[in-house]
Design a protein around this ligand. Structure first.
Ligand code: GLU
Ligand code: ZN
Length: 468
């Protein structure tokens, strides 16, 4: 049988690590088995679904090089299909109309709470044949077989058993005629002939409901894999609402796609101690057997470590392309500073963390913001103003722009003002970059050019004048 998997996100927020992990696993499982991978957008929650989030899903998958064979299918375009099945189910009594008003349902709920019972629909309309003609608003509920149970196999958790009496006759179509979430999922999985459902653990409670629908329509039960949750360091489950986990933000911040793929792959799956996988290796080696049962912790240090690894492997041309992309995503005009091929040398040696690269990179194209209060207090003050002024004067007189002539100016300042190299370097560093750490300052001065440096130094002197 041909393996068919799908990624079925709801476009109600930016894709986060957890979503994309199920996409990656589903995609890899299909590729490994020479099967098919389908993209489906579950947008029947019309209020919360947004087009920008659909775009985010597609952009994210494309960035990560996760390609799909069919779709994207939109659930919003399949409402007629869902409802035609619901009509059949009404006809063959697998489902029934429920005319209970909100007040009645509420009353029932209160009664159950009072008696300490589980809150469930009381089945009021289940056998009521007479009311079927009423012109009142109604929902449609699934008729669940009583006093039985269902079992299904989860490839991570083994056999899972649910007693039907735990469930009520839940709604499959709302009063507005729109089918509910679980119903659409099942019909889609059926129509798309999905063999393996790989999704987040949070859906495990939906599975028995979905299986009841599957049984009612006479479809096959797929194989389930409910992937364990991802938490932050404090053990809190990460969620869509938390922007820090929006994948495209990582792209913007200079992480490579292959870094994220590797990181996400290992966040819940392992292959011995192997940490680094090419995309081809992933496709070859992935299996469901090695998925972890326990939850995984999102660790930014490990992500940074991986990115450093991949950055250090980039060739000069790839590194320059990488820097170009960072410029585009961050609206940086490279004409405002040194050529990227000259900056390459700095980054090649210093790619410790992505933040460091970004901060460093921006100093060449943007003006420093003097926001670090401690740095400003120590290095942009009345005393250092003198250093800046002297430096500016000497700098203007340089005829041949070279590292050597810049070094000579620095030496002269040390001599004239009788101060240490550290003091001069730190003052200039803060004035020019606004940062505490940077590559050697003489090198930065050299790359930025005389005009830009004079401009920054003037600004720093003015800053001292007006703020101190
Ligand atoms: N639409 C669901 C979500 O975004 C996924 C449903 C499924 O995979 O069955 O969480
Ligand atoms: Zn009812």
């Amino acid at each position: 049988m041909k393996i068919i998997t799908r990624f079925a996100p709801s476009p109600t927020g930016y894709l986060h690590i957890g979503n994309i992990r199920t996409a990656l696993y589903s995609w890899l499982f299909a590729r490994k088995n020479k099967g098919k991978f389908i993209l489906r957008i579950e947008n029947t929650d019309f209020k919360r679904s947004k087009t920008i989030f659909i775009k985010n899903i597609i952009d994210t998958l494309q960035w990560l090089n996760i390609d799909w064979d069919e779709g994207p299918y939109l659930q919003s375009e399949r409402i007629n299909r869902y409802n035609s099945i619901i009509s059949k189910m009404l006809h063959n009594k697998k489902a029934y109309k429920c005319y209970c008003s909100k007040q009645e349902l509420e009353k029932n709920k209160k009664k159950q709470i009072m008696h300490g019972e589980k809150i469930k629909y009381n089945g009021n309309c289940r056998n009521n044949k007479l009311i079927n003609n009423k012109k009142l608003p109604y929902t449609i509920r699934l008729r669940i077989p009583k006093n039985k149970h269902i079992t299904f196999i989860d490839t991570i958790r083994g056999k899972i058993k649910f007693n039907n009496n735990e469930l009520d006759d839940f709604i499959i179509q709302r009063t507005d005629g729109i089918p509910t979430y679980n119903f659409c999922v099942v019909i889609d999985d059926w129509d798309m002939k999905i063999t393996n459902i790989i999704r987040g653990e949070e859906h495990i409670n939906n599975t028995p409901k979905q299986i009841h629908i599957i049984n009612a329509i006479g479809a096959n039960i797929p194989i389930y894999t409910h992937v364990s949750i991802i938490t932050d360091k404090s053990g809190k489950k990460i969620s869509k609402r938390d922007n820090n986990f929006d994948i495209l933000k990582y792209k913007k911040n200079g992480y490579l796609a292959i870094t994220l793929l590797n990181y996400i792959l290992r966040l819940g799956w392992s292959y011995g101690n192997k940490e680094i996988f090419s995309q081809e290796e992933m496709k070859k080696l992935f299996n469901l057997k090695n998925l972890n049962k326990s939850s995984s912790i999102f660790d930014i240090n490990k992500l940074n470590w991986l990115n450093k690894h991949y950055l250090s492997k980039l060739s000069k041309d790839d590194m320059i392309n990488y820097l170009k992309k960072i410029c585009i995503t961050n609206n940086i005009n490279v004409n405002n500073g040194p050529k990227l091929k000259d900056l390459y040398k700095i980054f090649h040696k210093r790619c410790n963390s992505i933040n460091e690269i970004n901060n460093l990179f921006f100093i060449f194209y943007k003006n420093p913001d003097y926001k670090n209060i401690i740095l400003i207090k120590n290095y942009l003050n009345i005393k250092t103003k003198k250093i800046l002024k002297t430096f500016k004067k000497k700098l203007v007189n340089i005829n041949i722009w070279s590292i050597e002539s810049i070094n000579n100016v620095l030496k002269k300042i040390i001599f004239i003002l009788n101060i240490s190299l550290k003091e001069v370097a730190m003052t200039l560093r803060v004035a020019i970059t606004g940062l505490k750490n940077s590559p050697p300052i003489n090198y930065i001065i050299y790359l930025m050019g005389k005009k830009k440096i004079v401009f920054h130094i003037k600004n720093a002197i003015n800053f001292i004048k007006f703020n101190i």
